[in-house]
Design a protein around this ligand. Structure first.
Ligand code: H79
Length: 433
């Protein structure tokens, strides 16, 4: 318990929509283990993961915020588990879909804001084993399927809770209730980290519901790192990373762009970065959500994330019968076909070589820079600013065609014979010394 003596008050100043907000947390000093640092590298190498939002809300086909948005009373909402019987759920099938898409990890909601635990937990009866007739633990089945196929498994865990009295009363200032809630979360995190094999990451969400509360991250993070030092901690709190965290998240956003509107004033940290995005609009299954993003748009998101040194966690919200909807499956298949051909330019690369340009971006692996032309410029050349490294040669992606180039002090001009406007991504390889 020496660690507790090292407690230090950490103050984080964050600009949020123009106003300075001050958060104070009591945090232990955090020195990641060697294994944790290695896990961060492996996380960065993977680049592409599947986010899964699945809960009893899927029955209503109106997204994971349905309880809040349709103002459904808790007693009424609690009838939902009775209708949740996803007989077509097949963990092997989900893993197959993720793998075929080129995804290397899966992050699934173990418990979302509605408080319903999608795993076998002793900490509450409001869970899939005690409250549904399904009587199977999907996280267990998914853990086994992932292990078989070499896919890393991560758990999303909501801090915010719409059903528990201890959360509600704790929010109103009842410290004993808050203590009970923290105890509950610790019990569940212990289960999640001991009953499902090795877990790559715990992905928190919902902090923003109590922006100024003491979330007892010192206890939560210490517990996770003690139980499983290589498990990475991400917290989608939309503020600057807090000591103890291993990944910085960007919701509906590329690092540094704040297009989702959640990351105002948040700076990019040296931690591994991860953007999460939806394939249509909502996260949980939504029957009416048919504005599907195209394969091209999603590949561009993946490439741009990699160019900014980040991963893409792309979401599916499986249907109440347990299947992933066909529109998602077909787009993911096409993404996978792209990744099979061009994955070399994504997996294991690092970004941050140049700022994203109107035409695209660059990823880097050892002595190779991959120039991703996502939107062909109107000029007959590509201009790459900022790049000071000496270029040895430039070729087409397959190496078969040499590309003319000129290096000047402002940057590099590439002169490809032609640029295909229709192509998802025209990639050139530049060798540096
Ligand atoms: O788990 C997913 C979301 O449920 C959760 N984070 C991702 C990963 C989340 N998304 N947005 N938020 C949390 C912040 C809340 C946004 C809100 Fe709204 C705006 C709540 C009410 C207005 C959008 C519109 C969501 C519900 C209505």
């Amino acid at each position: 318990m020496k660690k507790l003596l090292l407690l230090a008050v950490l103050t984080i100043m964050v600009n949020q929509v123009g106003a300075q907000v001050k958060y104070e947390y009591l945090m232990p000093e955090y020195t990641p283990t060697e294994g944790n640092l290695q896990a961060r590298k492996e996380f960065q190498d993977m680049k592409f993961g599947m986010f899964i939002h699945w809960g009893v809300y899927s029955v209503l086909g109106d997204g994971e915020w349905v309880m809040y948005q349709q103002k459904i009373k808790l007693d009424t909402y609690k009838k939902l588990p009775k209708f949740f019987d996803p007989e077509d759920f097949d963990a092997d099938e989900w893993v197959k879909i993720a793998k075929a898409a080129g995804m290397k990890y899966i992050t699934i909601t173990s418990r979302h804001h509605d408080s319903f635990s999608m795993f076998d937990t002793d900490a509450t009866d409001y869970d899939i084993i005690d409250a549904t007739r399904f009587d199977r633990d999907p996280l267990k089945e998914l853990a086994e399927a992932c292990k078989k196929e070499g896919i890393k498994l991560n758990f999303y865990y909501s801090l915010l809770d719409w059903a528990r009295d201890d959360y509600k009363n704790g929010k109103k200032g009842d410290e004993e209730a808050w203590g009970d809630y923290v105890k509950f979360m610790k019990a569940q995190l212990t289960e999640l980290l001991t009953n499902y094999g090795e877990i790559g990451c715990i992905w928190f969400d919902g902090h923003w519901d109590r922006k100024k509360a003491n979330w007892n991250y010192d206890e939560l993070y210490s517990l996770i790192h003690e139980l499983s030092p290589n498990t990475l901690i991400a917290n989608n709190h939309h503020i600057q990373p807090i000591p103890g965290e291993d990944i910085q998240t960007f919701e509906r956003d590329l690092p540094g762009e704040n297009k989702g509107g959640y990351s105002a004033g948040v700076e990019i940290s040296p931690l591994p970065l991860e953007s999460c995005a939806t394939m249509a609009k909502t996260w949980g299954f939504d029957l009416n959500d048919t504005k599907f993003k195209t394969t091209k748009q999603l590949v561009h998101f993946l490439v741009k994330a990699a160019g900014k040194n980040g991963n893409l966690l792309l979401n599916v919200g499986p249907m109440p019968n347990g299947e992933i909807q066909p529109e998602f499956v077909s787009t993911l298949k096409e993404m996978g076909e792209w990744a099979t051909k061009y994955g070399e330019s994504i997996y294991g690369t690092r970004g941050g070589v140049i700022k994203t340009q109107d035409w695209g971006t660059i990823t880097k692996k050892e002595n190779t820079l991959y120039v991703h032309v996502l939107d062909a410029p109107t000029e007959p050349y590509i201009f790459i600013p900022e790049l000071m490294e000496k270029i040895k040669s430039v070729s087409s992606f397959d190496g078969a065609t040499k590309i003319k180039f000129k290096q000047v002090k402002e940057g590099i001009f590439l002169y490809p014979a032609s640029l295909d406007d229709e192509s998802i991504d025209t990639i050139f390889k530049m060798e540096i010394r």
